[in-house]
Design a protein around this ligand. Structure first.
Ligand code: NDP
Length: 330
């Protein structure tokens, strides 16, 4: 029986989790109608939570983490796919309830897969990964709420992180004026090269939120949550929209309804994990059109499978810049 290599997360009798590189057999794969030779995965914030056990992301043990993968179809009994097709998978419980992308092989439901756009190599698709695809979902939400390039500036919080880096690059290419908020002053040049017109310190958004502040931006892409989100809402202009996708600073929202009822501000919730297939296809088509590949390359670093576990604590501490690709064969 054919085998494959994976990063395996196991839980001991003491409840502690540990990871190791394991040689597994195809009999270990989970049910599905498409088998994929995985070439690349990536490290998102949620992967950091799974790798460290900081939050109960993993709900099946043992688990292969990795909420994303890119690869080539080996076998398919699903009419959507045939051997040789290049595919991507983001979310759908991968690395949570279904064996994930930190492996050289995966078996999944065909409906979870989307085609790899011609514009990207598998490594580039994983440099985008869930973080980048979520950034695009945020941009689509702003557009749907009428926040267009010719309106007023858009704030991106958690700017030097994965969602933030892709959001800035896409918004800049579309012609938006972008204000980037970061806790890392040393990343100003990086953010400016991605397309930020203005870089502001994270501290401007971490104070005690007021019900309403000075109107500063028409749209927001927020991956931080908590006081940052409450402050961003309070400074959103009349009729603006805030796309909230993340919780890097916390899950709470210590704010006021004032921006909603007095300024008509919309809070748009963004979920990538269970987003319908049609929406994913649109998001990936738009990424192919609206994300500059030179900028994508500038935000990407590549590691091997054995180094993925070490990135878990780093991404949770906000130390990772841009996006990390995992070459599962390295
Ligand atoms: P990253 O770690 O790459 O980026 C998060 C960024 O947030 C950091 O780089 C840092 O940016 C900033 N940050 C970190 N900690 C704090 C803090 N305590 N206070 C303020 N800012 C902080 O993660 P990702 O981009 O992969 O994910 C970002 C968030 O989005 C996560 O919470 C993740 O769970 C969520 N997410 C949600 C999805 C969904 O479907 N809704 C999908 C994808 C991600 P800087 O140093 O520039 O300030």
């Amino acid at each position: 029986m054919a085998g494959f290599r994976a990063l395996l997360l196991e839980k001991g009798e003491d409840g502690q989790q540990a990871s190791r590189i394991a040689e597994l057999s195809d009999a270990d794969l989970m049910p599905g109608d498409v088998t994929v030779a995985v070439s690349h995965s990536t490290v998102n914030y949620k992967d950091g939570l799974a790798l460290t056990g900081a939050a109960p992301v993993v709900r099946r043990w043992p688990m292969i983490p990795g909420i994303d993968f890119a690869g080539v179809v080996e076998e398919s009994s699903n009419p959507l796919w045939k051997a040789g097709d290049k595919v991507i998978l983001n979310g759908w419980g991968l690395g949570e309830t279904h064996l994930g992308g930190y492996a050289t092989r995966a078996r999944v439901k065909g409906e979870w897969l989307v085609p790899l756009p011609d514009a990207f190599t598998p490594a580039e698709a994983m440099a985008i990964g869930t973080a980048g695809y979520t950034a695009m979902l945020c941009v689509l939400a702003l557009e749907q709420h009428g926040i267009l390039p010719d309106t007023r500036p858009v704030l991106v919080t958690g700017a030097a992180g994965g969602v933030g880096s892709v959001a800035i690059s896409v918004l800049a290419k579309l012609g938006y004026r972008v204000i980037a908020s970061t806790g890392r002053a040393e990343e100003k040049e990086y953010l400016t090269k991605l397309g930020a017109d203005e870089v502001i310190p994270r501290a401007e958004l971490t104070g005690e939120p007021r019900p309403m502040g000075k109107e500063r931006w028409a749209g927001v892409v927020d991956s931080v949550g908590s006081k940052t989100l409450a402050n961003a809402l309070s400074m959103t202009k009349y009729g603006g929209c805030v796309a909230a996708c993340g919780l890097a600073a916390g899950m709470d929202l210590p704010g006021s309804v004032a921006p909603f009822i007095l300024r008509g501000v919309t809070l748009a919730g963004i979920d990538s994990v269970m987003a319908p297939r049609e929406r994913r296809l649109v998001a990936w088509q738009r990424l192919a059109r609206d994300l500059d590949s030179a900028k994508l390359d500038s935000m990407m670093t590549t590691i091997g499978l054995k180094d993925a576990a070490g990135l878990g604590p780093e991404i949770l501490q906000g130390k990772v810049r841009g996006r990390v690709v995992v070459d599962v064969n390295a």
